[in-house]
Write a protein that binds this ligand. Sequence first.
Ligand code: VLP
Length: 134
Amino acid sequence: MPADFNGTWNLVSNDNFEGYMVALGIDFATRKIAKMLKPQKVIKQEGDSFYIHTTSTFRDYVLQFKVGEEFEEDNKGLDNRKCKTLITWENDKLVCVQTGEKKNRGWTHWLEGDDLHLELRCENQVCRQVFKRA
Ligand code: VLP
């Protein structure tokens, strides 16, 4: 049985989001707004099918995927760069590799106690986010 990420999750900490956004080439004005946000994630998981909706007062992003099936991701409203995206299980961690213009781009989700963790990577930057159940 894989880990169960289902639920509604609120951001409680966001370490080095600024560095991650700079690595993605997000402009100053957008970064200023984005770093004030407390996004919420709504995750719907059925086996290996995932729907992850990241919502905020500024922008929304929806990602739907099946673990192990590569797809084209458009990152619309984020940096708008297209990537070939593949998400796999590494034990109970959900590991995403986003192959494209930016080196070393991807993320990892895992559960720790009652918390949802997300590590976002781009080039040499790592952002660490923690979410608690709403
Ligand atoms: C862009 C970078 C902030 C900042 C500008 C807009 C959407 C794993 C995965 C599923 C992510 C989140 C990426 C956040 C990158 C912001 C708008 C913030 C709200 O999540 O859960 O897509 O990749």
